[in-house]
Structures are given as C-alpha cells and as structure tokens.
Design a protein around this ligand. Structure first.
Ligand SMILES: *[C@@H]1O[C@H](CO)[C@@H](O)[C@H](O)[C@H]1NC(C)=O
Ligand SMILES: *[C@@H]1O[C@H](CO)[C@@H](O)[C@H](O)[C@H]1NC(C)=O
Ligand SMILES: *[C@@H]1O[C@H](CO)[C@@H](O)[C@H](O)[C@H]1NC(C)=O
Ligand SMILES: *[C@@H]1O[C@H](CO)[C@@H](O)[C@H](O)[C@H]1NC(C)=O
Ligand SMILES: *[C@@H]1O[C@H](CO)[C@@H](O)[C@H](O)[C@H]1NC(C)=O
Ligand SMILES: *[C@@H]1O[C@H](CO)[C@@H](O)[C@H](O)[C@H]1NC(C)=O
Ligand SMILES: *[C@@H]1O[C@H](CO)[C@@H](O)[C@H](O)[C@H]1NC(C)=O
Ligand SMILES: *[C@@H]1O[C@H](CO)[C@@H](O)[C@H](O)[C@H]1NC(C)=O
Ligand SMILES: [Cu+2]
Length: 662
C-alpha cells in the first residue's frame, strides 16, 4: 500500500470534513450530496472522539461532531475480567452479586456522553443482545428537527433487532444534566443506561460564578439480583412485586444480606474527590426503573440547588435531595469542611423503605486517609434539614419553604417567562389509576383468547395501568413514520363501547404552538406511590403540586375547585417565574398542573416513568402539528409491521414447488 503525502491527506480530510457536515445537515433531505460520490470514506471523516467532545465549553466555538459506538450484549457482573488486573476496564463489579446484565461497552453505567451546547451527537447502537430488541431514548433532549431519533419503540422508530446497528444522530439544542436509557421492556434496569451531559458556554451559564469545578456526576441505579424480566409480570409466591434489592452509585456499591450481616460482598464504594475550599457542581441523575425513591444527603454538607432536569433555577440551599425515576438535579457543594472522608448516603424510600435499601459513596477531600474513619451510617440515621422535592405535597402551593422546597416553589432564572397572567389555549385534565382484574376474580383477565396485559403487585393481585381511562396499546409500526398504524388508533374503542379496561393506542392531537396546561392527577391513590410523569420533546413549567393533607383521594368537586383557584392565580400573575422540568413526581392521591407551548412538532410520549406502570399502559402520545411540520423521513429508515397476507390455497404452493410435468 502506498502512503499518501501529508499534503494530499490533509486536503482530503478537509474535503471529507466538509462532506460529513453535509451528511449531517442534509440527512433529512431525500438525497445526500455525499452519499453517492465515491469520495466519501467514512473511516477518514474527522468526527471528534468522546474525549475530544468532553471539553471545557467556550463561547462562539464551532460545533463538534461527536461520534460514539455502543455495543450492547449479554454480560455478567463480577465476571472473568474482574480476576485479571489488565482486564479491569471490562470488569463490572456492580454490588458484587453475580447476575446477568445487558451492558453497553461492558460498562456500568454506560459510556458517558459529554458535549457542549450545539454539538452533534452521533451514536451507532450495535445490538448484539441475542434475542432482545432495543431502542435508546435520550432523556431530556428535545429533538426538535431530529424527531426520528427520540428512541420510543413503535412511536418514533422500529425496535433495533439483535445483530443490527441503528445510527442515532441529533444536534443538542438544550443544555443540562440528561441521560440515556433503553425504552424497551425493563431493560434499563439491567444496565442499558448512562449519563448525557450537555454543558453551556459561559455566556449561557447563569451559575458560572457560583462554582469552580464541574466534573462530578452521580448516577443512581436501582438494582435487582436477578434479570429484570424475571419480575415482569412478576411472581405471586416468592419474591413478590418489583422492589429493588439494592441501589448503585456510578455502577458500584456494597451489598450485605439483610438476613445475615456476615454475608457481605464488601464492595468498594465510589469516591468523589474534592479539594478543600473549592466549590463543585455535582450533576445527579436518577435512572431508577422501580417505584423506589432516592433520598440523597452528604454528611456535614448542605447543597445549593441550581438546576432541575436541565432547567436553571435561582440558587436555593437544601440539605436533602429526593428524586424518583427520570429526575435530575444540579447542586453546588462547597468543600468547606475539615479534610476527611464524608459519606454520601442514598436511602430508599417508598417500597424500598421496608427493605431499608441504602447505598453509600464517599466524598473524599484530597489529603484524607484512604479509608473512612467515620462509622458506617445506618439506614435509621435519617438525615435532617431542608428537603428538596418532598413526597408530601401539602405545602407546595404556599410560600412556606422552611422545611421543604417543592419543585414548583423554585424560581426560574429566565425573568418574565410565560405564563404571566395569560390563560392557556387549553386546559386538559388527565387522570391515572390502576384497573384491578382481581376485583372480579380475574374473570376478564383469563377470558378465552383475550390475553390482556397485566402485572402482579406485591400484594399478589393482577392489575393494569390506566391513563385518561385507557391502557396504552402498542401499535405494530411507528406512528411517526408509518401511516399504517395510524389507522388503528382508538377508533372503535371509546369507553362507552368497550369493556373496561379499555385498551387502545391513545393519541392526543394538538395543533402546533398550542399553549396548553395539563392537570394530571392520581385518581386512586396507592400508599407510598408518587408517580413521576415524563414528557418527551419538551420542558414544561410546573405551576402547582397539591394533595389533601391526609392523602385522601381528590373528588370531582375538588378538581373543579382546584381548577377555579388556579385560574384565579393565573389572572393574578402568580406564576411569572414558574420553574422548568421534564419529569414531575405527583404526590400520592395528589395532582400537578404543568404548562408548555407545543412548538415542537412530532409524536411525543407522556408517561409514568416507573417501568412497570408505563409498560402496562400508563402512557399516551401527544401528537403535535402535521406531517408537513416534520423533517422528511431519513432515507432507508427501517420499517416494521404485521405481515398477515391472504392465506394461499395449498395447491398454489405445490404447483410452484413442484411444477406439473407436461
Ligand atoms: C478509507 O480510508 C482508509 C484509511 O486511509 C483506508 O484504509 C480504506 O481502505 C479506505 N476505504 C475505502 C473504501 O476507500
Ligand atoms: C457473624 O459472625 C460472628 C463472628 O464470627 C458470629 O459470632 C455470628 O454468629 C455470625 N452471625 C451470623 C448470623 O452468622
Ligand atoms: C459493606 O457492608 C458491611 C456491612 O455493613 C460492612 O461490614 C463492610 O465494611 C462494608 N464494606 C465497605 C467496603 O464499605
Ligand atoms: C477495593 O479496593 C482495594 C484497594 O484499592 C483493592 O485492593 C480491592 O481489590 C478492591 N476490591 C474490589 C472488589 O474492587
Ligand atoms: C449551608 O451551609 C452554609 C455554610 O456551609 C451556610 O452558610 C448556610 O447557612 C447553610 N444553609 C442552610 C440552609 O443550612
Ligand atoms: C406568596 O407570596 C406572594 C408574593 O409575596 C403573594 O402575592 C401570595 O399571596 C403569597 N401566596 C400565599 C399562598 O401566601
Ligand atoms: C373513567 O372511568 C371511570 C370508571 O369507569 C369513570 O368513573 C370516569 O368518569 C371516567 N372518566 C372519564 C374522563 O371518562
Ligand atoms: C403532610 O404534611 C402535613 C403537614 O405539612 C401533615 O399534616 C400531613 O399529615 C402529611 N400528610 C401525609 C400523607 O403524610
Ligand atoms: Cu406510575
């Protein structure tokens, strides 16, 4: 092979760089100018590596094209790589309990994506998990202009079958602490998730003067000691329900058998190293799947909260952070304590409280001894102080933040955001609840040939999840790309004509730019459940969060009253600084009112982020705008659908296979 001269080489790579830019920018046009010419050599396109992209962001920098390769496969924790020093990079220790996982690049959590606002993210997802499909959702990214890459199976794309590669590519236009995760089945619980951090250049960062370093990400997983689908729909005799066995902090933790304190994996804890007197921005991601809640606190340190779900807020001092599945918070931690090791304590609330699930990490000051001298905190040493995002929503609509700060009580940094004193175009009420098959002895569930979806609760009853009185039925081809499935949406399935629980592909149509409020409420409260609702494609403002102090259900009269009081407050202009979010936790038996302008056309899922709830129907699609508002379908975008052709007479086959001799 002859070597090209440096001059030719650099001219060549400039041309391909330019060409790569065209591929990205014109990817939605039916024809890409580069794809046909033989001058395109993909191995020579100068995409930036993950390391090059994870840089310090500066103003007025051209965007980078950040290329990631994800290899998904079946793998195990504490596997053979853990025994060999040179192979440690591929050792997934987790909590030291041996189990099957499906990792991305043999890492837990998956590879960190860190880019600057305005960069392009290109991820080639190679699915080598035999017999299992995948899609990856980029949780928090709006995807306006890149609607085909939201990663929701049968809504925005076909699932990626095993042994094939799907290339996600999108420009990142909203900064913040985000993450990615599989959106199929319960797979994110087995390791298919990771951080996606989008940093601002200084001019866009309102908190830039409040901290010195921005390097620490706390990624929280809930963790089971068996493959997650073992619990879907769940058992009714042993290991009932879907409670997590443990939590992991950045993919690591210790595990001790609650029935035998001598039986411990003695797992090393994740360490976050800080230098005394510096101020650190910590980005905290809750990537849970179960209904368990995380309560995070740090010994001897309080925190200054500056963002939630990527939306900047005015700084607020808190001591305890509560998050549920899908939520993220950015806080500043001032390392102003004596040089030492301090425990970061993550306790399990909700269903994980009974098992007293707890995980620890270490905030290590440079110069501190290599092993912590403090006693290990016990689950019962509950932290004290001001709670962010409390489970009890009783005080959320007041001005009282002396004990707890609700997500709607924070103030947006963007002055004078809408809505000020204007009425929305539309207020839509959405309720959610569980339909119990067990109430009538499972007659409906086991009706001949009906095969309804369900899951088994910790109480061994069989239920299905409802949103707006429908349980979502997955179509067989993506709503966004394939009109075939659009024919089957909620047509004959109106509640008056179907037997409860009514199942259909529930789509809510909204004209582009509708200014809409959703009042979402928990119609049939279940003790301890605080459902987090996530909207794809948008950030919404959280206007209200409420509940009856005693947790009793909201009556229709209560909803009317809440609506009237809310409109009064709107007219008084009391929501001027309402903060943003994309996932909001609803108190048990309570409600939230959120608002957004539907200016991002597409098919966007809104759903409870608890896996078992959304998988059994607690979700629907908000369809914004028309086909004309969307970018054109990318060339050769994969398709999928049913194949039920007319049945051919056997004779036709025989005559084809064995032509009748003349
Ligand atoms: C692309 O470039 C690489 C490196 O120069 C070379 O090894 C490879 O053969 C080229 N591929 C094609 C299809 O030209
Ligand atoms: C744990 O180990 C200690 C010391 O070896 C022993 O006394 C104790 O009985 C053990 N506990 C259990 C539950 O096995
Ligand atoms: C793991 O937990 C056990 C039980 O609490 C404890 O004895 C052990 O020291 C812990 N190991 C680490 C590395 O924290
Ligand atoms: C924990 O850390 C110690 C010290 O770095 C190391 O010797 C040990 O192998 C680690 N254990 C595991 C399970 O990673
Ligand atoms: C947080 O800690 C700082 C000093 O470390 C202190 O000035 C501040 O009052 C504390 N805030 C709260 C709410 O405790
Ligand atoms: C909260 O404070 C605002 C402004 O100070 C005031 O207008 C409003 O009435 C107060 N709300 C409540 C519920 O006390
Ligand atoms: C939903 O169904 C329940 C139970 O059948 C019924 O009471 C309620 O009125 C329905 N709600 C709507 C909005 O149709
Ligand atoms: C919520 O907090 C209020 C006081 O702020 C208390 O009266 C009430 O009992 C709590 N409700 C629940 C369900 O814990
Ligand atoms: Cu839910």
């Amino acid at each position: 092979m002859s070597q090209r001269s440096p001059l030719v080489k650099s001219a060549f790579s400039n041309a391909t760089k330019f060409c790569a830019l065209f591929v990205i920018l014109l990817i939605h046009a039916q024809q890409s100018r580069c794809s046909s010419g033989d001058e395109l050599n993909e191995t020579e396109i100068s995409f930036s590596t993950p390391e090059e992209c994870a840089r310090t962001c500066v103003d007025d920098e051209p965007p980078k094209y950040c290329h990631y390769k994800f290899h998904l496969e079946f793998y195990t924790t504490v596997g053979p790589a853990c025994n060999v020093a040179e192979q440690q990079k591929q050792c997934v220790f987790a909590d030291g309990f041996e189990k099957t996982i499906t990792t991305i690049n043999r890492q837990l959590p998956g590879p960190k994506i860190q880019v600057c606002l305005g960069d392009y993210v290109i991820v080639d997802v190679k699915n080598a998990v035999m017999g299992q499909e995948v899609t990856i959702h980029w949780h928090g990214i709006f995807q306006n202009g890149f609607q085909f890459y939201d990663g929701v199976p049968y809504v925005t794309q076909c699932p990626i079958p095993s042994s094939s590669t799907f290339r996600y590519q999108f420009k990142v236009e909203n900064s913040g602490t985000h993450f990615y995760h599989s959106h199929i089945s319960t797979h994110m619980l087995d390791g298919q998730n990771g951080p996606l951090i989008v940093k601002d250049p200084p001019s866009e960062n309102p908190s830039r003067d409040l901290y010195d370093e921005d390097e620490h990400v706390i990624f929280l997983n809930d963790w089971m000691h068996e493959f997650s689908v073992e619990r879907f729909p769940g058992r009714i005799k042993n290991n009932l329900g879907q409670v997590a066995d443990n939590y992991l902090i950045n993919g690591r933790g210790n595990w001790t058998d609650p029935d035998n304190p001598n039986d411990t994996t003695n797992g090393n804890l994740t360490e976050f190293v800080v230098t005394q007197n510096k101020r650190y921005r910590f980005r905290i991601i809750n990537s849970f799947s179960t209904v368990c809640i995380a309560e995070l606190s740090i010994q001897n340190h309080n925190m200054t909260l500056i963002a939630q779900d990527g939306a900047n807020v005015k700084p607020e001092h808190v001591d305890i952070l509560i998050t549920s599945s899908g939520e993220r918070v950015d806080v500043i931690i001032h390392a102003n304590q004596p040089v030492d090791n301090y425990y970061i304590v993550v306790r399990g609330l909700s269903e994980c409280a009974e098992k007293r699930v707890q995980q620890l990490a270490i905030l290590r000051y440079v110069g501190a001894p290599s092993t912590p001298s403090r006693p290990l905190p016990s689950y019962d040493d509950a932290p004290t102080g001001i709670v962010y995002n409390p489970l009890n929503g009783t005080t959320c609509n007041s001005n009282d933040t002396s004990k707890a700060v609700c997500v709607n009580q924070l103030k947006s940094v963007d002055e004078d955001r809408r809505p000020s004193n204007v009425m929305p175009d539309l207020i839509q009420i959405l309720d959610f609840w569980f339909f119990s098959f067990s109430d009538d002895g499972n007659k409906l569930l086991f009706e001949t040939d009906s095969y309804r979806s369900f899951f088994n609760t910790p109480g061994a009853t069989q239920i299905v999840s409802m949103l707006n009185n429908y349980t979502f039925e997955t179509p067989s081809s993506p709503l966004l790309t394939d009109a075939r499935s659009y024919e089957t949406i909620c047509k004959t399935n109106h509640p008056s004509q179907c037997v409860e629980p009514c199942a259909c592909t529930q789509v809510y149509d909204l004209p582009l730019d509708t200014d809409i409020e959703l009042l979402i409420y928990d119609r049939v409260p279940v003790q301890g459940l605080n459902h987090p609702f996530h909207l794809h494609g948008y950030e919404f403002q959280v206007l209200e969060i409420g509940q009856h102090p005693d947790g009793t259900p909201l009556s229709p009269a209560d909803i009317t009253e809440i609506g009237a009081a809310h409109i009064k407050r709107l007219q008084q202009g009391l929501y001027r600084d309402a903060p943003g979010k994309d996932t909001v936790k609803i108190p048990t038996g309570g409600y939230v009112i959120i608002r957004f302008v539907a200016n991002n056309p597409g098919w966007w899922l809104i759903h409870c982020h608890f896996s078992w709830h959304h998988l059994t129907g607690m979700e629907m699609v908000i369809h914004v705008g028309e086909k004309e508002d969307l970018p054109p379908l990318p060339p050769d975008f994969p398709t999928c659908s049913n194949w039920v052709p007319p049945i051919q007479a056997l004779n036709d086959f025989y005559s084809f296979r064995y032509p009748v001799p003349h």
